[in-house]
Design a protein around this ligand. Structure first.
Ligand code: UDP
Length: 335
């Protein structure tokens, strides 16, 4: 019998890749998204698939959802500029939104999958970060809406599990990149690629010595699916420990990949920006038999191709819009 999965955040970067993977395994999928940071372009490919249904819903308000066997909760802004633009919404979707999905999963008898984050470790004093590390988070800084929002979401689903027996899986996602990231996403990989293709300076925050480890999206989604199908309790780190590099090193790679026209410019760094980040993925390796496979060069190449085609689409749309404006101006002038 075909099973139904609700994917909250389906029109977002990770959500759309997850929908694709579930449809490929013959799930029925109900995609839910308020389109605040996601885009319908990301789910366009599934429009004609009878097993896919899209509901535009804001999970910070009470909504009615269909019964399902699986509920994947990926509904949250994840890019620092996005969540800092509207911290209250970020907190609401991770608190009220998570509670609502937990309640629904419990009522449906579904398993709940929570997309948590390496941000629960804050600016870590332990390196690399294992799941057992409790983190170093500023509870009222500009990143706290996301960090504490996700920590609360983890606490909430853990309480549902403990008190009500809800079946829960929790992934802690480390920096992930790939096709379907929006041009205005603001996270470092897309930001540098967009700037590189436009020949603009790459905006390195601070000296650029801070590190991140970058995981390609197909590897992450494979990890999601393994974790969901497993019986593993407690959070599991998913990310690529082999690619840790400084932001400056990433800028140099992207500069070369995009034709080498850009310079590097240094702009002020955000408060509480983590100094180092690399996942300890021992748990995922041992319990799920999972580890990332896609090398950075290959992942960056594929992401660059997607960014380039998004830029071409955006420029065609801008040309059409300015032509229409000119036509309207001409017809009004002639009237
Ligand atoms: N960053 C940067 N230039 C940019 C965007 C980001 O130097 O245009 C830096 C940012 O300050 C951080 C790192 O890149 O140190 C990763 O930022 P991102 O927003 O991708 O994700 P984070 O890991 O901070 O959530």
């Amino acid at each position: 019998m075909t099973r139904t999965a609700i994917v909250a955040g389906a029109a977002g970067f990770l959500g759309s890749h997850l929908v694709e993977s579930l449809l490929a395994d013959d799930w029925n999928v109900v995609g839910v998204d308020d389109l605040s940071t996601g885009s319908l372009v990301n789910v366009r490919a599934f429009r004609k698939d009878p097993r896919f249904r899209f509901l535009k819903r804001d999970l910070t308000k009470r909504v009615r959802l269909p019964s399902a066997e699986a509920v994947f909760h990926l509904a949250s802004p994840a890019s620092p500029p996005h969540y800092q633009r509207d911290p209250l919404s970020c907190l609401r979707v991770n608190s009220f939104g998570t509670g609502q999905l937990a309640e629904h999963a419990h009522a449906s008898g579904a398993r709940l999958f929570l997309a948590s984050t390496s941000e629960v470790y804050g600016d870590p004093e332990v390196h690399p970060q294992p799941e057992s590390y409790f983190g170093h988070v500023n509870p009222n800084g500009p990143r706290s809406c996301y960090d504490e929002g996700k920590r609360y979401a983890e606490a909430l689903v853990a309480a549902w599990e403990r008190e009500k027996g809800l079946d829960v899986r929790v992934a802690r996602i480390f920096n992930t990149y790939g096709p379907h990231m929006a041009l205005d996403d603001g996270r470092v990989v897309t930001q540098f690629l967009v700037q590189g293709f436009r020949g603009e300076p790459l905006t390195v925050h601070g000296e650029g010595k801070q590190t991140r480890s970058f995981c390609y999206v197909s590897d992450l989604i494979a990890g999601f699916r393994r974790l969901f199908d497993s019986s593993v309790k407690g959070p599991v780190n998913l990310g690529n420990p082999l690619t840790e590099m400084t932001v400056l090193e990433l800028a140099e790679k992207v500069r070369e990949l995009t034709g080498g026209r850009s310079t590097v410019t240094h702009i002020p760094r955000g408060q509480d920006d983590p100094e180092r980040r690399r996942p300890d993925i021992q748990r995922a390796k041992e319990l799920l038999g999972w580890e990332p496979k896609v090398p950075l060069a290959e992942g960056l190449q594929r992401t660059a191709e997607d960014v380039r085609s998004q830029l071409a689409r955006a420029s065609r749309a801008a040309t059409r819009a300015s032509r229409r404006t000119a036509e309207v101006a001409a017809s009004e002038g002639g009237a």
